[in-house]
Design a protein around this ligand. Structure first.
Ligand code: TEU
Ligand code: CA
Length: 570
């Protein structure tokens, strides 16, 4: 595999609105990110992805862009952006921005011009169709945020436009070469400014299965999950290869695709040696237990299901390329709340369990991609009423739960499990007012647990989750182990042992001592002890342990509850 500059890095996603507020308006901003660059350097981060900070009405928190060439004044200005790129580079940190081009905002100039003249140039930038009251819609796809994907074109009683997300996010028509040219020149404009690359938003949606047509309804609203269309659509990689040729390849840019519903046969074209992306996110664990009926029908997954999903992803990409390994992001609940069994976070092993989950994911083959707050073990928040929820996706799912017969009390419990707000509460810097995030009123309330979970408390505690992540990142950077950790093959170990997630990282080359280097990662994923028969190899080093001690006798590790260890074997 050709070695790339980003392979040995650790990446970090910042949701700027909730990261650090520098001017007391309660909204995180670019100057707040600049203030924290030394923190990110201290943590050992090499790549930072910023969720959108472009001009936007924030209907979908910035994933609805009204000007791709301007920074939204709430987040700062272009001087701040240029300073951030410059200062990050001084710290050997590459800045990656969010590329949101399946759709723009309905307040974008292109859409405004399309409304003025639907039959003109800009009308062709979108999917606009004639339609008359009472007529059947061109297709019965359900928006990701609920309801039909068609809405009336503002100012026109006899026209509708497509939006697979919110109605304030009209889909751009990628079949139109003029649209693609506009997007490519915007991408290159940003890359010229020194960006290290892009995370590419919802990109599988840019290729529709045309002409528009229905699929069987899956709820009594007569609509169907848009996955039906994605399953049928062909040719998305033609657009993506063109984008890579016209943009990314010219700048050796790092690109991470947000790809759901990929076809396994497409993987090499996505992340292979000549793929259109450098890498893409592993969502195999995030989609586990999901039900198309809605969040209310989602199932909590078990440790063994989590393990199986991780190893499946490792297997299908081991000879193709690298995935980005995550336990959470700005769209998902906090990983420790989602993947650890009920009650663990309120029990005596919460810290060990958070470290176990983090370590098991971090040490997988691929690019570890931390989400802001994950490194201090931030947890889901709790709301008593839907009125306290900002997330448009959660608000839709609340209604879906009520329609399915749940009471408001039952429905809000579901929302608390999966709302995207869980990941969007302000970063907990310290135990001062508003967790040190803002001197003003935070746009979203700080999680009530900030007095116990905050960076200040954890930085000085050698046994904290934060120091554990820092040790993981240092280990990945350690020249003695980097070859094995970055490129070594993942080989599951004792795969059938319940509540045990264990795997080798098989060294590809000999280490400095001339011996084949193998690393064994062990996680006792339960509240009880369990015995783990160790492989016959000799333990050269205990590289990491989430306890101060361990008990190995006659080749058996008597693992404590939630014990996580990394062993160097020869
Ligand atoms: O999300 C794309 C997406 O399809 C899933 O994340 C999910 O369906 C969505 O979050 C609804 O729950 C990307 C961004 O990550 C997300 O924040 C945006 O809302 C979405 O695209 C539209 O730009
Ligand atoms: Ca601010």
């Amino acid at each position: 595999m050709e070695r790339k500059w980003w392979h040995g890095k650790t990446a970090y996603q910042i949701y700027p609105k909730s990261f650090k507020d520098s001017n007391g308006d309660g909204i995180g901003d670019l100057r707040g990110v600049i203030e924290k660059l030394d923190y990110l350097k201290e943590l050992g981060i090499g790549i930072v992805w910023l969720s959108p900070i472009y001009q936007s009405p924030l209907a979908d928190q910035g994933y609805d862009i009204s000007d791709y060439y301007r920074i939204d004044p709430r987040f700062g200005d272009m001087n701040d952006m240029d300073e951030l790129i410059r200062e990050a580079k001084k710290r050997d940190i590459g800045i990656v921005m969010d590329l949101v081009v399946n759709h723009c905002s309905d307040e974008h100039e292109w859409f405004r011009k399309a409304c003025e003249n639907p039959d003109g140039k800009y009308g062709k930038y979108f999917y606009i169709q004639d339609w008359h009251e009472g007529e059947k819609l061109p297709c019965n796809w359900r928006s990701y945020f609920g309801g039909p994907v068609w809405s009336k074109l503002p100012g026109h009683e006899d026209k509708i436009y497509l939006h697979v997300f919110h109605k304030k996010q009209p889909d751009l028509n990628w079949e139109n070469p003029e649209v693609r040219r506009e997007i490519y020149s915007m991408i290159n404009w940003w890359l010229e400014k020194g960006l290290a690359g892009f995370r590419i938003d919802a990109i599988i949606n840019i290729k529709k299965a045309l002409p528009f047509h229905d699929y069987p309804a899956d709820r009594d609203d007569g609509l169907c999950d848009i996955d039906n269309m994605l399953e049928e659509a062909r040719g998305v990689t033609d657009f993506l290869d063109e984008m890579a040729r016209e943009c990314f390849d010219k700048y050796n840019a790092f690109t991470a695709g947000e790809v759901f519903n990929e076809k396994e046969s497409e993987l090499p074209r996505f992340i292979g040696e000549n793929g259109c992306f450098s890498t893409m996110f592993d969502f195999n664990e995030a989609i586990l237990g999901q039900d198309k009926k809605g969040w209310y029908a989602h199932k909590k997954i078990t440790p063994d299901e989590y393990k199986k999903a991780c190893f499946e992803s490792q297997k299908k990409t081991e000879n193709v390329g690298f995935l980005c390994n995550i336990i959470e992001n700005h769209d998902e609940p906090r990983g420790v709340s989602r993947y650890l069994p009920e009650g663990v976070l309120d029990g005596p092993y919460a810290i060990q369990a958070k470290k176990l989950l983090g370590g098991l994911n971090f040490m997988l083959r691929g690019l570890p991609f931390l989400y802001q707050g994950q490194e201090i073990g931030m947890e889901n928040t709790r709301c008593e009423s839907i009125n306290q929820i900002d997330d448009i996706s959660a608000r839709d799912q609340y209604q879906v739960a009520l329609n399915a017969g749940l009471s408001p009390e039952e429905a809000i419990k579901i929302i608390n499990l999966y709302s995207r707000d869980n990941a969007r509460t302000p970063f907990q810097w310290d135990d001062n007012l508003n967790a040190g995030f803002t001197s003003g009123t935070p746009w979203l309330p700080v999680n009530k647990n900030y007095k116990n979970i905050n960076l200040k408390a954890e930085r000085d505690d050698p046994d904290s989750v934060w120091n554990f992540y820092r040790d993981l990142i240092q280990l990945r950077k350690n020249p003695k182990y980097q070859e094995t950790i970055v490129y070594g093959k993942t080989e599951p170990y004792l795969i059938n042992q319940k509540n045990l997630m264990a795997y080798f990282r098989r060294g590809l080359n000999q280490n400095q001592d001339g011996a084949k280097q193998d690393i064994l990662i062990l996680g006792n994923f339960q509240d009880q002890e369990q015995d783990i028969i160790l492989p016959g190899a000799i333990i050269q080093n205990i590289l990491l342990n989430n306890y101060h001690d361990y008990h190995i006798k006659n080749g058996v590790l008597h693992a404590k509850p939630w014990q996580f260890m990394i062993l160097e074997l020869i």
